[in-house]
Every structure is written in structure tokens, then in C-alpha cells.
Design a protein around this ligand. Structure first.
Ligand code: GLV
Ligand code: MN
Ligand code: MN
Length: 415
């Protein structure tokens, strides 16, 4: 099924791994892993490195107003391009692979094309989107959401991190407030190679995931206000303890996940107390709740149940609370033909394949509503991610990147 002129092309896994390790130096943490929060000084270093590679490969580089990087390779005809995208920002305790693999595998596809002299019919774009993680600025998938018009540029530029730093100013500070209009590229289709970040492929002994969709994501921040008082003198019955209420919310969140069952996941990832002192009842608490489900109805049910629990907890403790939605994305299904293409290419290459949905959010989900989109997953050792221990073997990286290469070139040869 693959075109004779490119079916023999293969990625150079040493070159791909070499770039992964080099990019991992920007923001490297002691003991391994990376902290390259979006629009930080380390993100600037990583971006500079990726832009240098894009230029070395002769790509036309554009930076748009939300800082998305795009490297453009012309095709034989001036048609809409095949886009290979992901992100290079990380969580504060990130690994070397999450996001970075997708961007660098895209560059590897370009490197293979350059070496071979094969020019595909359609242009190919390698994209690195701003702030996919949402670890510094909410929502996640911010750059790809702006690119696809589901988040307004002005709104995005005004978003602040928890220290009050504004996206527009941080983009300018690191030199990535570009001139191009977000969405200036009209994609023919979109591919993202990514590490699974979960245990399924490894547990099932399969090498390639053909990703069918991404579960819905709901992020809410709660601020609970109680009354600060002396830990020794205040009788239990007279307390309005924001810390106790926040802890109860975390317990209730776990209970809601168990109640809904069926793949509902709930995480309280931030729980900050103020003043956070051993002998002072907390005056306030700030916590975040991350809820996900592949089924939108169930996700809505979980949101409703948690809201009821929080109202009851805060009423009983005599504390006030406010809530703010940080991110809300409905579940996304990828294009069946694209999923089949990935599965077919993987099987042609002798790989074991599993069709599976994604537990993590991805830039690809922003593209799914506007063009045929799919993702390739490779196994994550121990199912570990958002952790410096994140690891995917060179063999699996090579297998995934070869699937990306052949699937992308198949689409790039379509008229
Ligand atoms: C992004 O990485 C997310 O799924 O939280
Ligand atoms: Mn990612
Ligand atoms: Mn991530």
C-alpha cells in the first residue's frame, strides 16, 4: 500500500535519540528528567535549539503570536501540508520524552527526506506548540487551541501563572512573541507520535498504540476561605478550618471517582494551605481537581457530584469557597481512516498494535475537529510519566518513528 519511492525509507534512531538527549539538557534536573515550564528561560533554550535544527534542515521557520513554532518543508505541489506536531514544554518534574518525542520525530522525518532526496507531493510542517502541559499556564494545549481557534488569542495572551506573570509578557521576554497569525497553516491532516504515559502497551506486550481518541478533561481550581486561629486554644467545635475542608474535598474526589467507576479518574494535584504553619489553623486553601473520562456524560456526572460534595463540606465546616474552571475539553474521537492507516503501517512493519484511547491530553485533540488526525503511541516503561523516571526504549522509539514516517508520507502523497 505504500508508494514505492518512499516505502524503503527508515528513520535513523541514533540521530533521533541524539536530539532527544540534547534537548533534555535544557532544563535538565539532577537525577534525570527535565523542568522546562512553558515560557521559562529553559523553554527559551529548548526553543532556540529546535529552531536551530529546523534552520539547519532548511525549513522555513515561523513563530506565531502565541509562540507556536512551525518548520515548513515545501512539497512537489503547493497543497495543504501534513502536520507533525507536539510540544517541548514539560511539567516541573518532566521526563525527556513527553511531547519532545513528537517534535523531534517530526524533525527526523524531515532529516530522512533530506538525506534521501525524496520530495513528497504535499508540504510537511513540524510544529511545537506553546504550553501544552498547562503546568504553568492553564488551560493545557493552549498553543494548539489558539492555532485552531478554539481559544481566542487575546484571551490566551492575558492568562497569568500563579505568580502573576502574563503570557504576552513572558513570550516577549524570551523572544518568542512571533509575528505570524495563529492558524496561518491549513492542515491536510495531523499526526502526533507520543509516549503512552500509561501502563497498557507494556502490560499487554504491544509495541504500537493506534490512538482512537482522547478522554475529556475538566480542571477546576477551588479557593476555600476559613478563619485562622490558634491550634492549641480553639476547640474543635468552633473551627472554620480551610485545611480540613480542602483535605475533605480530596477524600470526596476519590469517593466520586470510585462511585462513577468505569475509567473515571480524579486527581487533586495542588493543595496549598495558608499560612501553612504547624500551630495555625489554615485561613485559606487553594486546590485543583483534575477529572477525566472518555464518556462525556459520566464526566458531567462526576463534576456535578463533586460540586455537591464540596458545597456540603464547606457548609458543614462554616467556610466559604469560590471555584474557577481552568480547562474543559470534551472527549475527542480521531479519524477512523487515520487510525486504520497507523495500524496498517505498524502491522506492515511487523509491529504488534493495539487500538486504544489516550488518558493524557494532547495537541492532536485540538486538530481532530478540523482535519483528519491521529496519534501513534509507544510504550512507557512502568507506565510512568510526568516524572523524571519517564523512559521509553530506543527500540520502541525507533518503531514508533518509523510508523510515523510511513504513515505521514502515505498522506503526503495523496492528491
Ligand atoms: C497534559 O499533559 C495532560 O494530559 O495533563
Ligand atoms: Mn505530552
Ligand atoms: Mn505531559
Amino acid at each position: 500500500m505504500t508508494h514505492p519511492t518512499f516505502s524503503n525509507l527508515r528513520i535513523d534512531s541514533d540521530r533521533l535519540l541524539g536530539r532527544l538527549m540534547s534537548l533534555g539538557q535544557d532544563g535538565a534536573l539532577e537525577g534525570g528528567g527535565v523542568c522546562r515550564l512553558a515560557l521559562s528561560d529553559k523553554d527559551k533554550l529548548g526553543r532556540d535549539r529546535v529552531v536551530d535544527w529546523m534552520k539547519e534542515l532548511g525549513l522555513r521557520v515561523t513563530i506565531d503570536k502565541i509562540g507556536n513554532l512551525m518548520g515548513f518543508l515545501p512539497g512537489r505541489e503547493d497543497l495543504s501540508p501534513v502536520v507533525l506536531g507536539s510540544h517541548i514544554d514539560t511539567v516541573a518534574t518532566g521526563g525527556l520524552y513527553d511531547g519532545n518525542l513528537g517534535v523531534l520525530a517530526g524533525l527526523e522525518v524531515i532529516s530522512v527526506l533530506k538525506d534521501s532526496g525524496f520530495v513528497p507531493l504535499r508540504p510537511i510542517v513540524v510544529a511545537a506548540f506553546t504550553n501544552e502541559e498547562g503546568a504553568r499556564f492553564a488551560p493545557d494545549m493552549l498553543g494548539s487551541a489558539v492555532d485552531r481557534g478554539s481559544l481566542d488569542l487575546e484571551t490566551a495572551l492575558a492568562i497569568k501563572d500563579s505568580d502573576g506573570f502574563v503570557i504576552a509578557e513572558e513570550l516577549a521576554r524570551i523572544g518568542y512573541a512571533g509575528e505570524a497569525e495563529p492558524g496561518h497553516i491549513d492542515p491536510y491532516c495531523f499526526f502526533e507520535l507520543h509516549v503512552e504515559q500509561g501502563p497498557v502497551l507494556e502490560e499487554e506486550g504491544e509495541q504500537i498504540g493506534a490512538v482512537t481518541g482522547v478522554q475529556g478533561i475538566s480542571w477546576t481550581e477551588y479557593v476555600i476561605e476559613g478563619i485562622s486561629n490558634h491550634a492549641g486554644t480553639t476547640p474543635m467545635r468552633l473551627r472554620h478550618d480551610a485545611g480540613f475542608a480542602a483535605a475533605s474535598v480530596a477524600v470526596a474526589a476519590r469517593k466520586v471517582a470510585e462511585e462513577i467507576g468505569d475509567g473515571q479518574v480524579v486527581t487533586v494535584g495542588v493543595n496549598e494551605l495558608n499560612p501553612n504553619l504547624v500551630n495555625v489553623i489554615a485561613r485559606s486553601a487553594r486546590l485543583t481537581v483534575d477529572m477525566r473520562n472518555i464518556d462525556e456524560q459520566k464526566l458531567q456526572q462526576a463534576e456535578k457530584r463533586l460540586a455537591e460534595e464540596i458545597a456540603a463540606i464547606c457548609k458543614a465546616e462554616g467556610v466559604r469557597y469560590t471555584s474557577r474552571t481552568l480547562a474543559r475539553f470534551e472527549p475527542v474521537m480521531f479519524d477512523q481512516n487515520m487510525v486504520d492507516l497507523i495500524a496498517d503501517v505498524a502491522m506492515e512493519q511487523g509491529r504488534s498494535v493495539r487500538c486504544m484511547s489516550s488518558g493524557a491530553g494532547h495537541d492532536a485533540q485540538m486538530f481532530a475537529p478540523v482535519c483528519p488526525t491521529a496519534m501513534v503511541f509507544v510504550p512507557s516503561q512502568g507506565g510512568i510519566s510526568h516524572n523524571i523516571e519517564e523512559y521509553t526504549s530506543p527500540e520502541d522509539i525507533k518503531a514508533g518513528a518509523n510508523v510515523l514516517l510511513q504513515a505521514a508520507l502515505t498522506k503526503a502523497e495523496e492528491k
